[in-house]
Ligand binder design. Structure first.
Ligand code: GLY
Length: 381
């Protein structure tokens, strides 16, 4: 095994449920020690998916096996459809069959899907077990592994069955990101730049200078981008754990983006991060159209996202068909942030200055979406 890795530790300050996010290269092989130094437990059960099993599982199993902690592994199919009641039942059964007790640990090794279903399983097995997130995608490292949102999907929508259940530790090994495809990495980056766009203009400006190094796998730049994102998320979660206020800011681009994602059938046609990129560009264009932000702000954001290779317009979505405005309005109205029939939007006064509002004129919104759809070269269906 290589010598002890160096890492940064970012605390998520939630009183008795506080935990650390460890960020560094090569942490996976040291997982047993990193966990054992912080959390008392007899055995650990791993949940992962078939893709991760090919790339990273052996390293983790070897590390836990050498420490005499490995109770077993559940390997799930990859993809959003894994977040189902059937798979949840399979995971909870396997964790119980492994003989894990309430004081033992569950480990989620994977991206957002694995983190979400594993965290939820941990929240209900034996009335609640502790779990450790080992996120393997950029999106999971900077967003979904931190903050305790866990869920599976219902036939009525995404993430509708779940719980807030905070992990006891997050280990973000930036080295594992090298196995991501360029498309997955770009999609994850949308959630990185989101932190700059919603509340930290200097971070956006830093990313604008350094994004090429980040995509070129410069370890220092990658680690700094992950750390600054996690610090931003940890601060928001500490202020508003259950999303009654500030945490909604993390949904910048998501009300617009989720509607497009739902319209595209949550398929590989439009990855979540790509939908968020279009949604953020739309939030900036809509804010500018409403006179909330200075002219040219949206163009600056779009230029940045386009430079990365992310989509910024409905026309950028693969395939010939396009959503119509009423479909998008209906899909937005199903958003989880709807309160008393009113949609919640995250709009902006400028880069790094987002705010939450329910005060959006539906007529103006309809007109804006009509312009967005009309800008597509192909016909609405
Ligand atoms: N992904 C948004 C949140 O954790 O609140």
């Amino acid at each position: 095994m290589r010598s002890k890795p160096s890492y940064t530790s970012v605390p998520v300050e939630l009183g008795q449920r506080r935990y650390d996010v460890l960020i560094g290269a090569g942490l996976l092989a040291h997982a047993a020690g990193l966990i054992g130094d912080r959390l008392e437990a007899r055995k650990y059960g791993i949940v992962t998916d078939e893709n991760l099993a090919k790339h990273h599982l052996a390293v983790l199993e070897a590390a836990l096996g050498a420490a005499g902690r490995h109770a077993g592994t559940v390997v799930l199919p990859p993809g959003e459809s894994t977040k189902s009641l059937a798979h949840l039942g399979a995971v909870t059964d396997r964790l119980i069959e492994m003989g894990l007790e309430r004081g033992d640990l569950v480990i989620a090794l994977g991206g957002g899907v694995i983190g979400d279903i594993t965290g939820f399983a941990a929240s209900i097995v034996r009335r609640g077990m502790r779990y450790v997130q080992i996120p393997t995608s950029l999106l999971a490292q900077v967003d979904s592994s931190v903050g305790g949102k866990t869920a599976i999907n219902s036939q009525y929508g995404k993430n509708l069955i779940g719980a807030f259940h905070q992990p006891s530790l997050v280990i973000a090994d930036t080295e594992v990101l090298s196995t991501l495809s360029p498309r997955e990495r770009r999609a994850g980056y949308a959630e990185v730049v989101k932190y700059g766009l919603l509340g930290d203009k200097p971070f956006f400006e830093w990313l604008d200078v350094h994004w090429r190094s980040l995509f070129g796998n410069d370890p220092a730049v990658l680690a700094e981008a992950v750390e600054r994102s996690v610090r931003a998320k940890a601060a928001i979660v500490a202020r508003d754990e259950t999303e009654t206020g500030d945490r909604m800011l993390l949904n910048l681009g998501h009300t617009f983006g989720h509607a497009l994602e739902a319209w595209a059938g949550y398929s590989s046609r439009l990855l979540h991060g790509e939908a968020v990129a279009i949604g953020m560009a739309q939030a900036f264009r809509f804010s500018e159209a409403q006179g909330l932000s200075a002219k040219g702000t949206a163009a600056r954001v779009e230029a940045h996202l386009q430079g990365i290779g992310l989509p910024t317009r409905i026309a950028d979505i693969q395939g010939p068909d396009r959503p119509d405005v009423d479909t998008l309005m209906k899909l937005m109205a199903q958003d989880k942030k709807v309160r008393a029939g009113q949609m919640t939007f995250i709009l902006v006064r400028g880069i790094g200055d987002a705010f939450v509002t329910r005060d959006v004129d539906p007529v103006a919104l309809h007109g804006f979406l009509a312009t967005e759809v009309a800008a597509c070269p192909s016909k609405s269906v």
